[in-house]
Ligand binder design. Structure first.
Ligand SMILES: [Cu+2]
Length: 143
């Protein structure tokens, strides 16, 4: 008699788990997209033009503990400029495998630049926020 409720419970639980995981991922993606759209609005407010219009650099904004966009693909030799468009928080950049030390903190409206000379995927993170806020990014450098 006792085996029946357990079996029913098992059947109900199994299909629910993956669905819940997908819903959370979608929600997370939507939240990130909204934050990054806001970051671009901040960029235009501060600098008077879209981040895509900067000459000679690829811009990644830093806003509300996110890199926007968190993943980019660039040709080798590209300089990435990380721009802090937050109002209060400071951020840094550590390109893990570059051998370079952590950058200075970029305060609101300041930026950090790094030129990617080695092809391959390069993880980077924000010193003060990668652990607590998962503030992590990736640059895929193409030869
Ligand atoms: Cu940060």
């Amino acid at each position: 008699m006792n085996a029946v409720p357990t079996l029913v419970l098992g059947l109900v639980m199994l299909p629910l788990a993956p669905v819940a995981a997908f819903a959370n991922a979608d929600e997370e993606a939507a939240k990130t997209a909204a934050i990054c759209a806001e970051a671009e609005e901040r960029y235009v407010e501060i600098f008077g033009h879209p981040s895509s219009e900067e000459e000679g650099v690829t811009v990644v904004t830093m806003y509300k503990y996110n890199f926007c966009p968190a993943e980019i693909t660039v040709p080798v030799g590209t300089t990435v400029r990380w721009v802090n468009v937050d109002q209060r928080t400071s951020h840094s950049v550590i390109v893990k495998e570059s051998g370079m030390p952590e950058s200075d903190r970029a305060f609101p409206e300041e930026s950090i630049e790094f030129t990617f000379l080695v092809a391959g995927p390069q993880d980077y993170l924000c010193g003060p926020h990668w652990k607590t806020q998962n503030m992590i990014g990736m640059v895929t450098v193409e030869p």
